[in-house]
Design a protein. Structure first.
Length: 255
């Protein structure tokens, strides 16, 4: 038995024992991917991801389910947390007005504009838009911060006041602007709208797009559409459509 004393002992590994762990790891990756694709919507209020989406009625989320809340004395605070399916209350809803390609103004329900005072406190007491009432949303790596006229980012103090005193944007300066406006659902693929549906509907779509309607009549090639199905499979669908349209005299882009 002495020869076995130099053999390194290892844990017995049964065949297939680690499969469950690998599957669990894959499940975690799949869940993380699903979370990334899941739209950030709370009570019908969706999170904007670009400057162009900031318009109309908006809310500013400072932390999970807590929004900037307008007070009747012209100050702002962080409102009480909402449930996961609840949107912002009326005092937490504001009107966004685009001033340029990078700056906006925000108007509270009291008819006053967001501004910044000399102490870096966010206030809403102005009836007009001046330099202090201009805000710049800054987007980076899927996150957003709001830059005030004093070149500082907004956050909230220990007492709950909304202020702009930090020259850099850390986790405490990250906010979300949410909108309740209806928006078009983006397609996950790059397929053009004209290419959606069966071959017959696609041909009609392209005829409507390119044909000149001098007598207000839609002219579609009456040939056998089976060749379009084959062309679609072979990757020559648009060439086949062009060839069929070239035989129609009313087409303005073909022979």
């Amino acid at each position: 038995m002495a020869e076995y004393s130099h053999v390194k002992s290892t844990k017995l590994v049964l065949k297939g024992l680690n499969k469950g762990k690998k599957k669990k790891h894959k499940d975690k990756k799949r869940k993380a991917a699903d979370d990334e694709e899941k739209p950030d919507v709370v009570g019908g209020w969706w999170c904007v991801s670009s400057f162009g989406e900031i318009t109309g009625t908006v809310a500013i989320e400072m932390q999970n389910n807590s929004y900037i809340h307008a007070l009747d004395n012209g100050l702002f605070t962080v409102g009480a947390p909402h449930k996961d399916d609840e949107g912002p209350d009326p005092p937490e809803q504001f009107t966004a007005i685009k001033l340029s390609d990078t700056r906006i103004a925000l108007k509270s329900g009291y008819g006053k504009y967001f501004g910044i005072n000399s102490e870096g406190l966010v206030v809403g007491r102005s009836d007009a838009i001046g330099s202090r009432e201009q805000w710049e949303p800054v987007f980076e790596n899927g996150k957003m911060a709001l830059l005030a006229a004093n070149s500082c980012f907004i956050s909230y103090s220990d007492s709950g006041d909304i202020e702009a005193k930090s020259k850099t944007a850390g986790d405490g300066e990250m906010v979300k602007i949410r909108s309740s406006l209806d928006r078009e659902v983006k397609q996950k693929d790059d397929i053009a709208d004209e290419d959606r549906g069966n071959v017959k509907s696609c041909e009609v779509n392209y005829v409507k797009k390119f044909q000149s309607f001098q007598d207000r009549r839609l002219r579609v090639n009456e040939g056998d559409p089976l060749m379009l199905k084959k062309a679609r499979t072979d990757g020559k669908f648009h060439e086949a459509l062009l060839d069929r349209r070239s035989k129609m005299k009313a087409d303005r882009y073909c022979k």
